[in-house]
Design a protein. Structure first.
Length: 284
């Protein structure tokens, strides 16, 4: 199916305005398709009603406007516009600073803010960060798409999804190591595959990627340990004390952990050694 262009999108808007105008008898004399003043009046009235509706639903209207602005710029092929969910990378001084600090320069757009002065900031989620970062559009450029990465959970096309699956797999591997159990071979394979994909896409060293994810793995591990203690008593020889990122790092976790466990070998008994994706649509 041929994708719609800006003319078709404008017609969609005109059709919506037709339906809105038909609700009011006193607007029958208005012709928004040929008269600019009539168009301004009807568009303004529609926006006011949408603002009331958003407030009634508890939705922040300004956020919707910002997202709409991002989609609008993207559909007009604005080279400096990025759709929510697209992959981007830092450029210029912002990129140099991130590299010096060992931080990722690539991420995913999760939101957009257009100020009253027309300056656009994008909210970006970078590897290892739990919160979005606001970045000026001038400091961003398109990044290569994340490579299709096959896992036991299916093929992953999104770096945020890849990161989450990697953290989950690393957490389960660590839990198996803590309890002297054989880790799942699926987890080991996913760990290697996802780590390699994220390392390559972010153009970073594996050690740096691992360090960035330590805190997230620690949070998951501590939560799993806490949940485990509420279900069954911990063995006397097994400590359920919460591990810190420093303790995990001291174990060279999780890289050597996955590599040191052979498929036919029992693990060692000691550890000392606008978010959203663009809505699917045929026309978008």
């Amino acid at each position: 199916m041929t994708e719609a262009g800006t003319e078709e999108f404008a017609e969609f808007g005109a059709a919506a305005l037709d339906a809105f105008q038909a609700l009011f008898e006193q607007t029958e004399h208005l012709d928004h398709r040929t008269n600019d003043e009539d168009a301004r009046e009807l568009i303004s009235d529609l926006l006011v009603d949408l603002m009331h509706y958003a407030e009634h639903r508890g939705i922040e209207f300004n956020d919707l406007v910002a997202e709409a602005q991002a989609y609008y710029d993207t559909e007009r092929d604005n080279p400096n516009a990025f759709a929510i969910g697209s992959t981007i990378q830092l450029e210029g001084p912002a990129a140099h600073e991130a590299i010096l600090l060992g931080q990722p320069t690539r991420g995913s757009v999760t939101g957009v803010l257009v100020s009253h002065q027309g300056q656009t900031e994008y909210y970006v989620r970078f590897l290892g960060h739990n919160e979005n970062q606001a970045v000026l559009a001038a400091n961003l450029k398109p990044a290569p798409p994340f490579p299709a990465t096959p896992t036991t959970q299916g093929v992953v096309h999104d770096p945020l999804k890849a990161e989450q699956l990697l953290v989950d797999a690393a957490t389960r591997i660590a839990m198996a190591d803590i309890h002297s159990r054989q880790p799942s071979q699926d987890d080991l394979r996913d760990h290697r595959t996802l780590l390699a994909a994220l390392t390559t896409w972010n153009n970073m060293h594996e050690r740096n990627v691992t360090d960035l994810l330590l805190s997230r793995v620690t949070e998951h591990l501590n939560a799993a340990e806490l949940d485990d203690t509420t279900k069954q008593p911990a063995p006397a020889a097994e400590s359920t004390a919460r591990l810190t990122p420093a303790q995990l790092a001291a174990q060279a976790f999780p890289l050597p952990l996955a590599d040191s466990i052979a498929s036919d070998q029992k693990p060692a008994t000691t550890r000392a050694s606008r978010t959203r994706q663009p809505p699917p649509s045929p026309s978008r």
